[in-house]
Design a protein around this ligand. Structure first.
Ligand code: IMP
Length: 424
């Protein structure tokens, strides 16, 4: 396996960062291909909690290149902060980071619009990181790209044109339009810290692949937040599924050797939108506390619920999953019984995957499986898991039709059971 893709199989926050971290040890390049600083990857390294929003989680490893592809929307201030963090840890040698010249900049007007919209009736519970308006500018072909930072005159013109396009919207919402010269000055001041790292990502990745180097494409968010295949309109604005890994990096579909879907052993969601297996009241609160389910980016409490197999089947199909990494299995320890949603009742019929419309109307159909009481966070082999935990995993594999390659039973790097090495 030379090129692996990691995607979220649910609504994000599945623990992708930890799995990426694990697989990074054998990778030569780790690439973010979509989203922006709306993502947050929390890693626990030597007992210390580190959160990255933009640079790949691989930033903490000495070896692989950290790449931001064309599909990523970049807040230059967050980027410079994270590069500084890497530098502070002695992890930023020459050539370590590569940023696509085609990736778009998230600018103050994007934050402004995102925030204003979230105050209105169309609010969907975004992270307010300017992501939607930035992708909107990309599609409207008036965005400003990382490659523009090296050309100050053009950069200034593009900023002015972009703000002129937003002016009627911003004024209609009763806000003040940022001053073009001030915005341009502020971002051009960051250029010297960024421009040396900007280049042709697609070319670099093709060269690396041709040389037999291992490339890990690190997804952000999760399948159900995908702009096309998620719970529209309660979604993010990019293609977060495996096909987005190609458009967002410049590698081709025929170059992908495997796709790992990350799923929690239960389900969580932040932001608004349908969530069939959501647990309200005490049961949801207990899961939230046991799993420390608070957003890495916004700190918002996550909505929690039982595992939703129709969602995982959908993720297996649209991503072509070759295996699953099941995370936070330890959080379920101590529950006498586990409910798992096997299908939905939808307008009087049984359906096995989420409908494109009307997910808020489905009624989850549950099966009950036995739980386990043992603390499993110290287990390092499948055979040492309690029988009920082993059964839970194999039940999921059967129901989804995809095997588990990795089980995570705690936040630490070592709290991982590799069933099958995805690189082999
Ligand atoms: P946006 O990506 O900030 O526009 O937010 C759109 C939706 O995606 C909201 O429901 C957010 O809560 C959700 N979202 C965006 N990024 C993440 C993430 O990394 N984890 C979980 N949810 C996310």
């Amino acid at each position: 396996m030379t090129v692996l893709v990691i995607v979220g199989a649910q609504w994000g926050d599945e623990g992708k960062g930890k799995v990426v971290d694990l697989l990074t040890a054998d990778a030569e390049a780790v690439v973010r291909f979509g989203g922006g600083a709306n993502a947050g990857h929390t890693l626990v390294v030597d007992g210390e909690k580190v959160v990255f929003h933009l640079v790949p989680s691989a930033a903490l490893h000495k070896g692989p290149r950290c790449v931001l592809g064309a599909g990523v929307v970049i807040d230059p201030k967050v980027l410079v902060k994270e590069l500084d963090e890497m530098r502070g840890r002695g992890l930023l040698p020459e050539g370590r980071v590569l940023i696509s010249e085609s990736a778009h900049l998230v600018l103050p007007q994007h934050f402004l619009i995102d925030g204003l919209r979230e105050r209105g009736p169309g609010a969907i519970g975004t992270t307010k990181r300017g992501i939607g308006p930035c992708y909107q500018d990309r599609a409207a072909r008036r965005g400003v790209r990382m490659g523009d930072l090296a050309h100050p005159t053009e950069f200034r013109e593009k900023i002015a044109r972009n703000l002129a396009a937003w002016r009627p919207t911003i004024e209609a919402m009763g806000a003040e339009v940022p001053d073009a010269a001030t915005v341009a000055d502020e971002y051009l001041a960051l250029a010297p810290h960024i421009v040396p790292w900007v280049g042709d990502v697609s070319d670099a990745l093709h060269t690396a692949r041709a040389a037999g180097q291992r490339i890990l494409l690190e997804g952000a968010q999760g399948t159900m937040l995908d702009i096309d295949h998620g719970t529209y309109p309660f979604v993010t604005s990019s293609s977060v599924t495996a096909s987005g890994a190609c458009t967002g990096s410049g590698l081709a579909p025929t170059h992908i050797d495997g796709v790992i879907g990350i799923s929690k052993a239960y389900t969580t969601r932040v932001g608004d939108g349908p969530f069939p297996t959501e647990l309200h009241g005490e049961a949801g609160a207990a899961l939230r506390t046991a799993g420390a389910e608070f957003g890495a980016t916004t700190g918002r409490p996550r909505r929690c619920g039982w595992l939703d197999v129709p969602v995982l089947r959908h993720a297996a199909r649209v991503n072509g999953l070759t295996s699953i990494a099941l995370t936070k299995l330890d959080v379920l320890s101590g529950l006498k019984e586990l409910q798992v949603c096997v299908a939905y009742e939808f307008d009087g019929e049984r359906i096995d995957t989420p409908p494109a419309r009307g997910l808020e109307r489905v009624k989850p159909m549950y099966e009950t499986l036995p739980g386990w009481s043992e603390d499993i966070s110290g287990v390092r082999a499948v055979a040492d898991l309690p029988e009920a935990a082993r059964n839970y995993v194999s039940w999921i594999e059967r129901a989804v039709g995809v095997k588990a390659s990795i089980l995570s039973i705690g936040p630490g790097r070592d709290q991982t059971i590799v069933v099958n090495d995805p690189w082999t």
